[in-house]
Design a binder for this molecule. Structure first.
Ligand SMILES: Cc1ncc(COP(=O)(O)O)c(C=O)c1O
Length: 379
């Protein structure tokens, strides 16, 4: 058989060809290699600037002896703790290799070629990718004030709609819809359409908003069997590297998701760390307080520079730098500050900055001031 001239694009599943892969934040090591900088602030991936709770580090050390064993494929201990924390049954929970895995699994369970998956303009990039992977048609509903236009999303539902992805707060914009808007929406979605409420940043919203200014998806599970709520340990709990998140929903749907996931999708250290992180709510409080202070620090600096940003309930801020956004990004890199360009979302005038420690935030603010000054001198 002569295999030398095979063009694999002819044999790959056709939907794979059109996928634009998720673009992660630039790693610190890469910038270090490129520019030989000594001090770098990475404010590009909405990570936890405090790291993880010290209790988590101890828990991982205590478990090192288990490294040669497969993890508990049912994540029994983590599900037990979560079920108590959320006041739902363990059978209502699926644990994922990051919530990302679970978001993609929903599309695989419910949609295929000829089906439609809805999401908002500027919503998290994994939703269109999830639709494409299964060959479904992704329908992007225009945003309103940078956020979800829920009435327009209701109008966009057709017979072909299988899944609707919503992020509250949304990444990269940080926008939220409030409880009333949510209740109006979920009560009108047909029960055969699965609504995925992605609450990766819910802890930050809870800390920054009043109870009626956002919706806590878990409160609605009892009334809506078509609702799935995803959350993560990557953000407020500081476990991004371990890859662990969860999805809550009705038992039947959760069972389908569990049927499809790989048998040992979440490693032992991620499970042990998540159990320990969940127990240390005092650490989470510290994280949320730091985030609020940092958000204020950056917002005040931006308003003194007359720079607009999209109001955010997350741990990041999308800032409007007009046509110079990508140029500013490049110059910030040269100053050792990594933020995230978001032109892949169609947000060409914006850069997204994650809230860091006070020192990292100051590094960003000082670098931004000096970059903007140098650019006005260049004019
Ligand atoms: C809105 C949103 N959902 C889900 C995720 C996925 O998080 P993870 O896979 O780390 O749980 C992210 C990560 O940035 C996100 O911003």
């Amino acid at each position: 058989m002569n295999e030398i001239n095979v063009a694999y694009c002819d044999v790959v599943q056709p939907q794979i060809l059109g996928i634009h892969p998720y673009i992660p934040g630039k790693p610190v090591s890469e910038l270090q290699r490129e520019l030989d900088l000594t001090y770098i602030s990475k404010l590009a991936s909405n990570e936890n600037p405090l790291g993880a709770s010290p209790a988590v580090l101890t828990a991982i050390q205590n478990e090192l002896k288990e490294i040669a064993r497969y993890p508990d494929g049912s994540a029994y201990a983590l599900k037990s703790e979560l079920s108590e924390f959320l006041s739902i049954s363990p059978e209502q929970l699926a644990i994922g290799n990051g919530s990302n895995e679970l978001l993609e699994l929903v599309a695989r369970v419910f949609a295929g070629p000829g089906d439609e998956i809805l999401y908002s303009q500027y919503a998290f990039a994994v939703y269109p990718i999830s639709a494409q992977v299964v060959g479904a048609t992704g329908i992007e509903v225009p945003a309103k004030n940078w956020g979800h236009d829920l009435p327009a999303m209701l109008m966009a539902i057709t017979e072909k709609t299988k899944v609707i992805y919503l992020a509250n707060p949304n990444n990269p914009t940080g926008t939220v819809f409030n409880r009333k808007e949510w209740e109006n929406f979920i009560s009108q979605v047909p029960k055969t359409v699965i609504v995925v409420l992605d609450e990766a940043y819910i802890e930050y919203a809870q800390a920054q908003l009043n109870a009626d200014e956002y919706a806590n998806g878990i409160d609605y599970l009892a009334d809506y069997s078509n609702l799935l709520v995803s959350r993560t340990f990557s953000k407020a709990y500081g476990l991004a590297s371990l890859r662990v998140g969860y999805m809550a929903g009705c038992k039947e749907i959760i069972q389908y998701i569990n049927q499809l996931r790989a048998p040992f999708n979440v490693n032992h250290y991620a499970q042990a760390a998540a159990v320990s992180a969940l127990a240390d709510q005092a650490f989470v409080e510290k994280v949320l307080l730091l985030n609020q202070q940092g958000m204020r620090q950056i917002q005040e600096a931006l308003s003194s520079l007359a720079i607009d940003s999209i109001p955010s309930a997350g741990n990041f801020l999308c800032i409007d730098l007009g046509e110079n956004a990508l140029k500013v990004n490049q110059k910030l890199l040269e100053e050792g500050v990594i933020v995230r360009p978001v032109s892949n979302y169609g947000l060409h005038h914006f850069l997204r900055v994650s809230i860091g420690t006070q020192v990292e935030n100051k590094h960003f603010i000082d670098a931004l001031k000096s970059v903007l000054l140098s650019m006005t001198k260049d004019l």
